[in-house]
Design a protein around this ligand. Structure first.
Ligand SMILES: *Cc1c(COP(=O)(O)O)cnc(C)c1O
Length: 363
């Protein structure tokens, strides 16, 4: 039995008639940019997260750039970012005009910590970007005690929580991606910024539309970066499913542990109070690429993420000198293996994967 890495189609199949009906309504209305669907989704997602404001934008990368600028980041500022993340986290800091300073992560949670961030603070540090890596919330409340604005990159964490507070409501602002494979995925690109701060929300709203409130006076050099109506309409249909999908992912993660996966590889650590959204279920093995080859032979889809971590990417060479060595990041980049994970991963599929890892990991 082949087991895919993701399954984005099955959870949506039941919703197809409703999706088609919603899309038809939007098309008949004829309003495609910043209309009633975007406003309604922004309100509904803000209520879900428990924050005052959500601002829809074109994608998760723009969301980070715009949120950083709305937090006051600009040329001459340093922004602390992890290197074990999708490239966009650091790229967006550069687009905002800042210098990314890379920090290391905890070997067990794979997230930034107060200690790894404190190790790279400079007098020019203007903000910290904490990624909720693989869907596990970073220790954002502790990071905020450092006294700098914390932007939570929650692109992978829709549906997760920390001490009963939703991922996306933990920082001074947070960003989401609605890229189709994300936990809350659209049928195309989309993104959002969430914040409790009225000023940050207002500035983000202005920046997403060329720095203008009224389409005639331009007070900032901004972006053309809007969530579109068709995507907002489908996201409004998917949002009520998000918690059910997250529950499905959590039971798959539980099944992996219960069936003894941990005897063959390192399992992700979940700190007290954290309810992860398991965007990816990532294990570690010292011979990761060998294990991956063995899984491929058994028709189990798996892959190593961020094998070349962001601080080692060619385009980040100008910023590398300002960052220290990142031994934990380098080691996790080499040893991680993302195993199949989805809201509908069955017990049979989990058993298949555990058996395949056991066989592939045998010396
Ligand atoms: C997906 C992702 C992004 C970028 O989102 P896009 O919508 O593809 O621009 C940023 N950060 C992280 C951690 C992501 O996983």
């Amino acid at each position: 039995m082949a087991v895919p890495l993701f399954d984005t189609q099955t959870p949506l199949s039941r919703l197809w008639p409703a999706i088609e009906a919603r899309l038809s309504e939007v098309i008949e209305r004829g309003v495609f940019i910043l209309g009633p669907e975007v406003s309604a989704f922004e309100r509904e997602f803000a209520d879900y997260l428990g924050v005052r404001h959500v601002v829809g934008v074109a994608n998760g990368t723009d969301a980070i750039t715009i949120a950083l600028r709305a937090l006051g980041v600009g040329p001459g500022d340093d922004v602390i970012v992890p290197s074990l993340t999708f490239y966009a986290t650091a790229e967006a800091a550069v687009t905002a005009g800042a210098t990314p300073i890379f920090c290391d992560v905890d070997p067990d949670t794979r997230n930034v910590t107060v200690d790894t961030v404190r190790a790279v603070l400079t007098p020019r540090t203007k903000a910290i970007v904490a990624v909720d890596l693989f869907g596990c919330p970073a220790p954002v409340p502790q990071l905020r005690e450092l006294g700098l604005p914390v932007l939570e990159d929650a692109a992978q964490a829709a549906g997760a929580s920390l001490d009963g507070c939703r991922a996306g409501a933990l920082g001074d602002a947070a960003t989401f991606s609605f890229y189709p494979s994300k936990n809350l995925g659209a049928l195309g690109d989309g993104g959002a910024i969430a914040t409790d701060d009225d000023g940050v929300a207002e500035l983000a709203r202005t920046l997403r539309f060329h720095g203008s409130h009224d389409k005639s006076t331009f007070i900032e050099v901004g972006y053309n970066s809007r969530l579109d109506e068709l995507q907002a309409a489908v996201l409004r249909l998917f949002l009520p499913e998000l918690d059910t999908w997250a529950t499905g992912r959590r039971s798959a993660a539980r099944a992996y542990a219960e069936l003894g996966l941990g005897e063959h590889c390192g399992l992700p650590a979940v700190p007290d109070g954290v309810d992860p959204a398991w965007h990816l279920y990532v294990v570690t093995h010292p011979r990761a690429d060998e294990v991956l080859a063995g899984l491929r032979q058994q028709d189990v889809q798996a892959r190593g993420y961020y094998r070349l971590p962001v601080h080692r990417q060619p385009a980040m060479a100008p910023y590398r000198a300002a960052s220290p060595e990142l031994p934990v990041t380098d080691e996790l980049a080499r040893t991680n293996i993302a195993l199949p994970m989805s809201p509908v991963l069955s017990g049979e599929q989990v058993r298949e994967v555990v058996g395949a890892v056991a066989a592939a990991a045998r010396p």
